[in-house]
Design a protein around this ligand. Structure first.
Ligand SMILES: [Ca+2]
Ligand SMILES: [Ca+2]
Ligand SMILES: [Ca+2]
Length: 198
């Protein structure tokens, strides 16, 4: 009888050990699965990041080659810390801004009198778009690249006049009778100046 009781007890204990073992095995199995899922996620993230880096470096390479081309062709002018390109191709204000942005530039923003003199020299008597507009709020002239107000001293006498209620874009106007900036219909096609800030 004693032996049989002992056998029963041992057998119960063995059953307990087996249950505990099963529970632990299941737990470890699920932990391993979680870890392996996380590892896979990390691997995917690493692949994504490395693809992004490749995209960025190929984009930078393209921009660098474009910039070098401009330097070689002597089309890139430097003033202060910025670089500029002057385009005689006649585009609307929006098209001109897009063209500048393709090269990482924006339509030029005049921040002081010296920069104005430089741009004046660059464009000569060409009418050329700059990056100012009052399209958001009539009469509130702003540079789109910084959001700063356009200095009142930059305008030609009598401008901006918002002629026909249709003049919301800013351009250079240095002619026989003009010596400053003018507002004009943004849909007109004229030359333009792009600026690249550091
Ligand atoms: Ca500027
Ligand atoms: Ca206007
Ligand atoms: Ca005008």
């Amino acid at each position: 009888m004693v032996v049989s009781r002992e056998v029963n007890r041992l057998s119960d204990e063995l059953a307990d050990v087996n249950t505990t073992y099963d529970r632990h095995t299941k737990y470890i199995g699920s932990e391993v699965k979680t870890l392996s899922d996380e590892m896979n996620k990390v691997k995917t993230d690493v692949t994504k990041v490395s693809n992004n880096i490749q995209d960025v470096s190929s984009l930078e390479r393209k921009l660098l080659i474009k910039t070098l081309r401009l330097v070689v062709l002597q089309e890139l002018k430097a003033f202060g810390t910025s670089m500029y390109t002057f385009h005689t191709e006649k585009l609307t204000w929006t098209e001109a801004q897009q063209k500048c942005q393709e090269d990482g530039f924006h339509l030029a923003e005049i921040n002081n009198d010296n920069e104005l003199e430089f741009v004046k020299e660059l464009v000569g008597s060409h009418l050329a778009w700059l990056g100012g507009t009052d399209v958001d709020k009539e009469g509130d002239w702003r540079w789109v690249s910084s959001g700063l107000k356009v200095m009142a001293s930059l305008w030609n006498t009598g401008e901006p006049n918002n002629y026909g209620n249709q003049e919301h874009c800013l351009h250079t106007d240095y002619g026989i009778t003009s010596d400053g900036l003018n507002d004009r219909n943004c849909e007109d096609g004229i030359a333009f100046v792009c600026e690249l800030e550091p």
